[in-house]
Design a protein around this ligand. Structure first.
Ligand code: GRF
Length: 186
């Protein structure tokens, strides 16, 4: 039930996770960007934070430090919330089946970046967000929850992003709660 949240930026999903009364407790917020606004949101809520710069470290070394901090905090589940750094295979293996991510598309559509612009360019009438288990391949693990929104005529990527983000804030705390209740996390 102890969860670590990994961020790199704004932290609006972290905020939604922290403000949701669920069966989990956020015991650590890690950012690979010391200037991430999400760190302030965490501190304002009294959550323990760790800002780790990756300068001078290779991916494995950096991830080993992050993993050690997560274990020291006693977190059994890792929740990625706008964490814009690829995880090393060693890290994914270390926490196999216990890492979740939220991606702003209806996976398996639009893995990677610029999901909203790509959905609009394709003429899709629907978009959404997906919560999935993290595996070594980017945005490719099993999807455990999805939410859908319409794409309206004339939508800009920013319009769509805002519509999807509102759903992310609803979906992610719910999906993390379900994941933990079903005993998949410790
Ligand atoms: C969200 O759109 C999420 O789906 C993606 O990165 C963004 C993070 O936003 N993975 P925030 O930092 O949670 O506000």
């Amino acid at each position: 039930r102890r969860v670590a949240v990994l961020i790199s930026g704004r932290g609006s999903n972290l905020e939604a996770l922290a403000d949701h009364a669920g069966p989990y407790r956020i015991v650590l917020v890690v950012s690979n960007k010391p200037e991430a606004p999400g760190l302030d949101l965490a501190r304002m809520r009294g959550l323990p934070t760790l800002a780790l710069s990756s300068r001078g470290l290779d991916r494995e070394q950096f991830d080993r430090r992050v993993g050690d901090a997560i274990e020291a905090a006693g977190a059994g589940t890792i929740v990625l919330a706008g964490y814009m750094r690829l995880l090393s295979p060693a890290f994914v293996r270390r926490f196999a089946g216990r890492i979740l991510n939220i991606h702003p598309s209806l996976l398996p559509l639009y893995k990677g970046l610029d999901t909203h612009a790509r959905a609009i360019a394709a003429g899709d009438t629907e978009a959404g967000c997906s919560v999935h288990l993290v595996t070594e391949e980017l945005d490719s693990g099993a999807v455990i929850a999805q939410a859908r929104v319409p794409i309206h005529e004339g939508d800009t990527p920013e319009d769509l992003s805002a519509r999807v983000l509102a759903e992310e804030h609803r979906l992610y705390p719910q999906a993390v709660s379900d994941f933990i209740r079903n005993g998949s996390g410790c």
